[in-house]
Structures are given as C-alpha cells and as structure tokens.
Write a protein that binds this ligand. Structure first.
Ligand SMILES: Nc1ncnc2c1ncn2[C@@H]1O[C@@H]2COP(=O)(O)O[C@H]2[C@H]1O
Length: 311
C-alpha cells in the first residue's frame, strides 16, 4: 500500500503548491501547479512548464510538505492535466519523463494530438507516450477527456473535468479538480470573450457557478499575462487585469447573489514579467487588480514555491 495515501478516506480541502507561476521567458518558472487533497500526497499537476526547478524552489522554501523533490516526482505526482500543448506548459513534464515513468496525462483530444505528433515523435523528443510512432516507451499514458465529464484521476482521490477555452487560435482548457467537497479551478491561457474568443469564458462560468454557489469552489487559478493598457491586437489570446476583472464580474452574475464571490481566492498566474523588472511589474498588476476589489475576491499574484490550502 502507498503510505502517502493514509489520510485519503476523508479529504477536506486541497493543497496547492506553485511550482511555476510565470508566462514569458524565465524558463525555470513556467506555469505548473501541484494539487493534492489535504493529508494525501497523491498529486496531480495542472500544467508542468517547469517541474524540477519548481520542486527545488518549493523545497528550499519549506513548502513541499516534508517530501523531497525525488519523492514528489517519483511517487506523489500521479498525473498531469495539460491545458494546452504550448512549450511553456509542457516542457517540465516532457523533460522529467526520461527518469520518472508511469504518469497519466489528461487533456482534451486536440492537446494530446499535439503532444503526440509534435513532441513525442522521436524527432523533437523520444516517444515516452503509449501512442504514435514506435517504439512507444509508455511512460506517459495519454488520456483524452470528454468536455464537461468528471474523470477520476488515476492513482489519486481527485476527479478532473475539462472545459475548452480559446487561446489565440489554439484550444486551451479549464480544469475543475475535485476531492470530497473541495474544488479548485485551474484555467489555462485564454483571452477575453468576444471576436476570436467566442463565448468560451462565459460558458465556463455557467458550468462553474453552481460550485461557487455551493461553496465548494473557493480557489480559481487563472491568468493575467500583461498589464493594462494593452491593445487587443497584442493580447495573443491572453488577459490583462481589466479583462480578468470583467470576466469575474460575469462569473459573479452567473452565481447570481449579492457578494457572489466573497471568500473566493483568485490566483493570478502567467504574468509575463520583464526580466529584471519583476518587483515593479508585480506591483503594477496588483494595483490594477485593485479595480476589482468590490468583487470581494482575494487576488494573489503568486511567487514560485508558494503554497496554499483551499478549504
Ligand atoms: N503574432 C505574434 N507576434 C509576436 N509574438 C507572438 C505572436 N503570437 C504569439 N506570440 C508570442 O508567443 C507566445 C507563445 O506563448 P504565449 O501564448 O504565452 O505568449 C505568446 C506571445 O508572447
């Protein structure tokens, strides 16, 4: 039996560790969130742009729950949820596959298709998957998800449900991770609804509003890549604080009660920090998020290695 599963029977809450938080160009700190039920180390990753370096940073900060990076990578992480196959969301997973086999990869079919055809093809990278060009090394088990259907995450006490998002012409994904009565939403890169974005954002909030209303969904990991103002032609399928706040107002309306989002934490990831200008840019993003303070959410602009408990 897996000793790390000892408290799995009564999960209350989900633990989140930010192994990578940035968009942009610092390759040791790219989108990667470790999630597991409280008291149960069997984990999944929502994206894994950075993996090894994030584990080292989280350990140094004392935020890996007493586990070593090797234990986390070798035994705790059972699965990856991949929002889309852009390099900055999958590089850590692909690189670690050389030494840490036996993980499931859950994604919408379009994402798994890119993983298989464009990376795991023996040219860009050896085929560590169980599909595509032979020989198949079989370390990563690619599993296609059906939108809106809760899927048990193999080897964990969690389920994941996927909804499509629009990211500059690429299909991206939002995942709802659930264990017991707790839920965390982890959204991949996406732009505002509208011309190219269609209604994906709105449709997601319609699906998630009942979970907010019931108090299960208390933490939303989402993106604001750039500060305001930013011309739409330069968004490349991303959000700014202005667009994020507008989107959260849409969620609040769907939830449909006064103070709809009170008690919800919004973790704002994928900020494209100018190298060397991190502190000032972080301040600017936080200040601009202040325009949404009437929503009652707690905005967090995370740093690598941060850890939170979601009730
Ligand atoms: N048309 C474009 N011109 C210049 N840069 C782009 C264009 N489209 C995408 N990008 C950049 O490529 C990056 C790919 O990853 P991201 O989506 O995080 O952010 C994107 C932008 O930084």
């Amino acid at each position: 039996p897996d000793a790390s599963a000892s408290a799995a029977a009564s999960p209350s809450g989900l633990e989140i560790v930010a192994l990578g938080v940035r968009g942009g160009i610092v390759d040791g700190d790219l989108s990667a969130f470790l999630i597991h039920p409280s008291g149960d180390f069997r984990s999944l990753m929502c994206d894994a742009g950075t993996l090894g370096n994030g584990l080292l940073v989280a350990t140094k900060r004392g935020n890996l729950g007493g586990r070593t990076p090797d234990q986390t990578l070798g035994s705790d992480i059972k699965a990856f949820l991949i929002t889309h196959a852009h390099l900055d969301h999958v590089a850590g997973m692909l690189i670690a596959a050389t030494d840490y086999p036996g993980k499931a990869v859950y994604a919408l079919p379009s994402t798994n298709e890119v993983l298989g055809e464009d990376y795991l093809n023996w040219a860009a990278w050896p085929n560590f998957s169980d599909r595509g060009k032979a020989p198949r090394l079989g370390s990563l088990h690619l599993r296609d998800m059906a939108p809106g259907v809760a899927t048990p995450v193999a080897g964990t006490a969690m389920t994941a449900t996927a909804w499509p998002l629009e990211h500059g012409g690429v299909q991206s994904t939002a995942f709802l991770v659930q264990a017991g009565n707790s839920a965390v939403a982890c959204l991949g890169d996406h732009g505002p609804d509208g011309a190219s974005g269609g209604e994906r954002g709105h449709q997601l909030w319609r699906a998630l509003a009942p979970f907010v209303r019931s108090g299960q969904l208390r933490t939303i990991i989402t993106e604001a890549s750039y500060s305001d103002p930013r011309p739409e032609s330069q968004l490349f399928g991303h959000m700014t604080p202005k667009y994020l706040i507008a989107s959260l107002r849409d969620l609040a309306e769907e939830v449909g009660r006064p103070n709809a989002l009170l008690g919800v934490t919004v973790i704002v990831s994928h900020v494209k920090y100018p190298v060397g200008g991190e502190a000032a840019y972080r301040k600017l993003i936080l200040r601009q998020l202040g325009d949404g303070r009437d929503l009652g959410v707690r905005f967090i602009v995370p740093e690598q290695g941060d850890r939170w408990s979601s009730p």
